[in-house]
Design a protein around this ligand. Structure first.
Ligand SMILES: Nc1nc2c(c(=O)[nH]1)N[C@@H](CN(C=O)c1ccc(C(=O)N[C@@H](CCC(=O)O)C(=O)O)cc1)CN2
Ligand SMILES: [Mg+2]
Length: 300
């Protein structure tokens, strides 16, 4: 079998198009422009790229983008003051603090200072609790993007065996909650899981989110399974020339694609969906803030 490639880049473009349509309607019918504020602390090069991309895509979708770039040595008090100001700004419907934060800042404290209804990352403890109890919440962007691709590919996920490899608060745990919400039988596997290959071999759906380059080989994958690769790992690529690098996922793509039914590539799979879902969450937050009907198909 050669797997069907799930094209996250193309799918993300359709999500952005839907978002732009809703934004246009909000403006025309209600005179409201959704606004997203992104806070970046420090100069991590990858974070700078992601934040630039978020700002650009926000504006392209017709929304207002507010960027707050703070020095790497910004104090916790000063960062909390910025978040507080955004919490109280009626033009800001979504707030995101780019992670990772510099080591002297307490990420949990900062994230939990964001007003839950503006927490478009879905990382606030209130949103975590709402998602875990099956209530309306803001859903973390990366797992939401994975869910959208899985629903698009399979229709119903009901009764499928899903294994999520990785137990992070940002991807693994919310992904498991979302799959459970769609009536999958869910296993969360991690570094201490006994006989991980056997656990993965049982799965109809494998979501790999461990951050270890090409850790999951094709012979762990059940024939015909759907593989969602969340990993984005930069590794040396001497074959491309001295000092060159390339991106790989947590899954060994070639061997997995030979047995899987469908697979997301890296790059161009889950990654682009993360920012598309951030835009979707911003529109959802804006509609909720204004007591308007939420767009369909843009959240879980
Ligand atoms: N506050 C947040 N911080 C972080 C999040 C997040 O969702 N919220 N996620 C990641 C970074 N991230 C967005 O912030 C992100 C990562 C990767 C991509 C992406 O499109 N990747 C491309 C490849 C990019 C490359 O060439 O390096 C792909 O996979 O095709 C988008 C967003 C951590 N921080
Ligand atoms: Mg820290």
């Amino acid at each position: 079998m050669t797997a069907q490639v799930i094209d996250g880049k193309a799918f993300a473009a359709t999500v952005r198009e839907k978002v732009a349509g809703h934004v246009a309607r909000l403006k025309e019918e209600h005179g409201i422009t959704p606004g997203l504020a992104v806070v970046l602390v420090g100069e991590d090069p990858a974070s700078q790229v992601y934040v630039r991309s978020k700002g650009k895509q926000t504006v392209e979708a017709g929304m207002n983008s507010y960027e707050h770039k703070l020095e790497a040595d910004t104090s916790e008090a000063d960062l909390l003051a910025v978040v507080d100001q955004l919490n109280n700004d009626p033009n800001v419907h979504g707030i995101l603090v780019q992670l990772p934060l510099p080591g002297h800042l307490n990420e949990d404290l900062i994230i939990n200072s964001i007003a839950p209804e503006k927490d478009v990352d879905g990382f606030h403890i209130s949103n975590v609790g709402l998602l875990g109890t099956g209530q309306k919440s803001m859903v973390p962007c990366t797992p939401l993007g994975c869910l959208m691709m899985l629903r698009d590919h399979h229709g119903s996920l009901s009764g499928m065996d899903a294994v999520v490899i990785g137990r992070s608060n940002i991807v693994g745990k919310p992904m498991a909650q979302l799959l459970l919400g769609d009536s999958c039988t869910v296993t969360i596997a991690h570094s201490r899981t006994k006989d991980l290959p056997e656990v993965v071999r049982r799965a109809d759906i494998v979501v790999a989110a461990v951050g270890r380059p090409e850790m999951v080989p094709g012979d762990w994958i059940k024939e015909g399974a759907t593989v969602i690769d969340v990993g984005i790992n930069r590794i040396d690529a001497p074959e491309k020339g001295e000092g060159k690098t390339r991106l790989v996922g947590d899954v060994h793509y070639e061997s997995a694609a030979a047995v899987a039914g469908a697979i997301t590539p890296v790059p161009g799979g889950v990654g682009p969906m993360t920012i598309a879902c951030l835009l979707a969450n911003t529109v959802t937050a804006c509609c909720r803030a204004n007591g308007l009907a939420e767009p369909e198909g843009l959240t879980a």
